[in-house]
Design a protein around this ligand. Structure first.
Ligand code: HEM
Length: 437
């Protein structure tokens, strides 16, 4: 039987709130706040959070930890077996549409599958799987994806030729161009107004219930997305979405665009490792495909992106709410209890992982990581990320093409060797071409 969840003492509760949950909320769950991510890196907040949870796990023998947040109870699990139970038990009896997620994401994607009821999920989830071709390693739109990536890389390459450097803002500019093109088609590539509207709504979402919401802005976003869905260009996700159900599409696209931000962060951090470790760069270049063929799978590049997500997870915590009373050990937890899996704690757990703080993409290639329910950059079970393969296609091709430049990353000495820092602020990364000043 699973261990019975334990109530934390007031002092323990305060430690979890202050050292684990508060830094995650402060950095912005939906859109990152640059000052706070810089602060988190300076203080290596993930290292502290891990220490707190490791200590509580040891003290309570791996029992789930019941944390009090005002009147709400959130059960923080500390063992992979409990992660598995939550994720395999989604969407019933553990719904991904938690109270916190609904309050936040409703600001810009009220119809998104992630915050849908089980009944709505019944058609929205298959729609997402169909358009994103979840089980297909390389999407049918792969050639168009590679073209879009190449244009993004060309923008950055031009900048490297003129100034010899780029930073996270420059990367974001090239990345969003690519994302808009793969999601909405080539005509959307320059539509930064759409990104600005989305980001304004995401920053409202960071405030969750505390922000009243801006329905006119949400309508604006839906109108802009709808205009691309009306006459979609071939090769884009919009084109597949149009065929698969235009009425459902407009409610799902905001999540796709939003989630690509995380993919950019993961790609940028992976690139920082490439710039700091010549051996990783050499392997990436060795598997790069010859010109003119179908998009290559690039397994090593995908593994590098996965490893970046393991080391620095972009989904801080995977959350679930119980839909009914739940027996756990000798306790019955009431319906609507919250559950949290703190990603960075599981992803860097030295008690389970020999490579906890090391860069080891090989562990994604040989099946070691896939077998571990604690390693969940894309979640797991029936509500796992349906965009995983699509993301890895875009990110791996971007990473490999950028690796063609001999880059150096500022403060690369911290990334050149293991153990790697617990927290890396991707918004603070700066690159330059080797030999330039
Ligand atoms: C590196 C980038 C990404 C990461 C790390 C990631 C990770 C995740 C995770 C952890 C979840 C589960 C969240 C939860 O259970 O609360 C999720 C859900 C989801 N993701 Fe992603 N995601 C990424 C990018 C994308 C992209 C680009 C798309 C679409 C193009 C996408 C589509 C979705 C959808 C539709 C869901 C909701 C699934 C459901 O509720 O059934 N994701 N993703």
């Amino acid at each position: 039987m699973s261990p019975t969840p334990v109530d934390l003492t007031p002092a323990e509760n305060l430690r979890v709130l202050g050292k684990v949950l508060a830094p995650l909320v402060a950095q912005g769950a939906i859109v990152r706040r640059p000052q706070m991510t810089a602060w988190a890196e300076r203080h290596q907040t993930d290292r502290t959070a891990r220490a707190v949870l490791s200590d509580l796990r040891a003290r309570h023998g791996g029992a789930p930890l019941v944390v009090r947040l005002g009147t709400r109870r959130v059960v923080v699990v500390t063992e992979p077996v409990d992660v598995r139970r939550l994720l395999e038990g989604s969407p019933e009896p553990f719904t991904p549409a938690t109270k916190e997620k609904r309050a936040a994401l409703a600001h810009f994607q009220p119809e998104g599958v992630l915050i849908s009821s089980t009944a709505e999920r019944w058609h929205r989830r298959p729609f997402n799987e169909k358009v994103l071709q979840t089980d297909q390693p390389v999407h049918d739109g792969g050639p168009a994806v590679v073209d879009a990536v190449q244009r993004g890389v060309a923008d950055l390459s031009r900048q490297l030729r003129t100034s010899g450097r780029f930073d996270a803002d420059d990367f974001a500019e090239a990345w969003w161009g690519t994302v808009l093109e793969v999601v909405l088609g080539p005509k959307a590539r320059g539509d930064r107004e759409l990104v600005a509207v989305l980001n304004a709504l995401r920053s409202d979402a960071n405030w969750s219930w505390l922000h009243p919401g801006r329905p006119h802005l949400r309508e604006d976003l839906e109108g802009r997305i709808g205009s691309y869905l009306l006459n979609p260009e071939p090769g884009s996700l919009a084109a597949v979405a149009h065929q698969s159900g235009p009425a459902t599409a407009v409610g799902q696209v905001p999540h796709w665009l939003f989630a690509f931000d995380a993919a950019g962060a993961a790609t940028l951090r992976a690139l920082a490792i490439v710039a700091a470790r010549p051996a990783v760069r050499e392997r990436l270049l060795a598997e790069a495909e010859p010109e003119g063929q179908e998009p290559a799978l690039l397994p090593y590049a995908r593994a590098c992106v996965l490893e970046s997500l393991r080391l620095w997870p972009t989904t801080f915590a995977v959350l679930r709410d119980s839909t009914g009373p739940t027996d756990w050990g000798e306790r019955t937890l009431p319906a609507h209890t919250g559950f949290a899996v703190v990603s960075s704690f599981f992803h860097r757990d030295p008690d389970r992982l020999e490579h906890a703080d090391g860069f080891l993409p090989e562990a994604w290639l040989d099946g070691r990581n896939a077998a571990d329910w604690g390693l969940i950059p894309f979640s797991g079970g029936p509500a796992a990320c349906p965009g995983r393969n699509f993301v890895l296609l875009v990110a791996s091709h971007m990473l490999t093409r950028l690796a063609a430049h001999d880059l150096r990353v500022a403060r690369g000495r911290y990334l050149a060797r293991d153990p790697l820092p617990a927290t890396v602020d991707h918004l603070g990364l700066r690159f330059r071409v080797a030999g330039s000043r």
